[in-house]
Design a protein around this ligand. Structure first.
Ligand SMILES: [Zn+2]
Ligand SMILES: [Zn+2]
Ligand SMILES: [Zn+2]
Ligand SMILES: [Zn+2]
Ligand SMILES: [Zn+2]
Ligand SMILES: [Zn+2]
Length: 235
């Protein structure tokens, strides 16, 4: 099979996970079904999904023009940064023919909202740093503490002012998978729990809530009393 991005014929084949192979299209790790170059000493290969990428797309952050799939940066360019994440592009790229706009194929298909392990709310994809009334405010990524550079995309929760780099939400995704596994294990042990244990758990939870409420009421009363005594002293 031929792909526009490569001169040699490709063949469908299985790639083992241990081989640590990088896709020649999206620059991500590849395992499972792939399209591999048949020619000796040529290590070109593609995810099945990268083999089937649409030749052009319409992106909502560059809505005036379509973006065309190119096999790589132009030959003359030494450094070809992605307009979404800021990292250099070394393989496939979606590019606007009219403007200097270009993004990784992975950045082209980022979801509008994404779950971050270190945050309770889903984060929204923004095409710039979060809006702010203060002009000189520097935004930092709440996952890695690095700077969120002006003009690049990020994931953001407006309610909590929580923002991350595009790649940082992904890196926490990896640990999320591990977490999910742990949760599954917990669920399994939950099933083994007797009803009595569950009842006790529920009672402890309720007692904790009562204690917290009582504490809050006490504090409120104390506050009111001290306020009263302060006003007695001063007025
Ligand atoms: Zn790929
Ligand atoms: Zn080849
Ligand atoms: Zn990118
Ligand atoms: Zn354009
Ligand atoms: Zn970050
Ligand atoms: Zn939030």
């Amino acid at each position: 099979m031929k792909h526009f991005s490569h001169p040699h014929g490709l063949e469908q084949s299985e790639v083992q996970k241990e081989e640590e192979i990088i896709c020649s299209g999206c620059e991500q790790e590849l395992s499972g079904l792939a399209y591999i170059c048949k020619k000796r000493n040529c290590d070109f290969l593609l995810h099945e999904s990268c083999f089937k990428l649409p030749p052009n797309i319409q992106h909502k952050f560059h809505s005036d023009h379509p973006l065309d799939l190119k096999s790589g940066p132009p030959e003359y360019s030494l450094y070809y940064p992605c307009d979404a994440c800021g990292d250099s592009i070394n393989a496939f790229v979606y590019q606007c023919q009219k403007c200097d706009f270009k993004i990784h194929v992975t950045c082209a298909f980022l979801p509008d909202t994404e779950i971050c392990k270190s945050h309770t709310h889903p984060l929204n994809l923004l095409h710039s740093t979060p809006n702010s009334s203060e002009d000189d405010l520097i935004y930092t990524c709440d996952v890695c503490d690095g700077t969120l550079s002006e003009g690049y995309w990020c994931y953001y929760c407006p309610d909590c002012d929580f923002g991350t780099h595009l790649e940082c939400i992904k890196s926490s995704d990896l640990s999320k998978e591990e977490d999910d596994q742990e949760e599954e294990e917990e669920e399994e042990s939950d099933e083994e729990e007797s009803d009595q244990v569950k009842l006790i758990r529920a009672r402890i939870k309720a007692e904790n809530q009562m204690a917290r409420l009582e504490f809050q009421m006490k504090m409120a009363k104390l506050n009111a009393e001290s306020m009263a005594s302060i006003s007695r002293t001063y007025f």
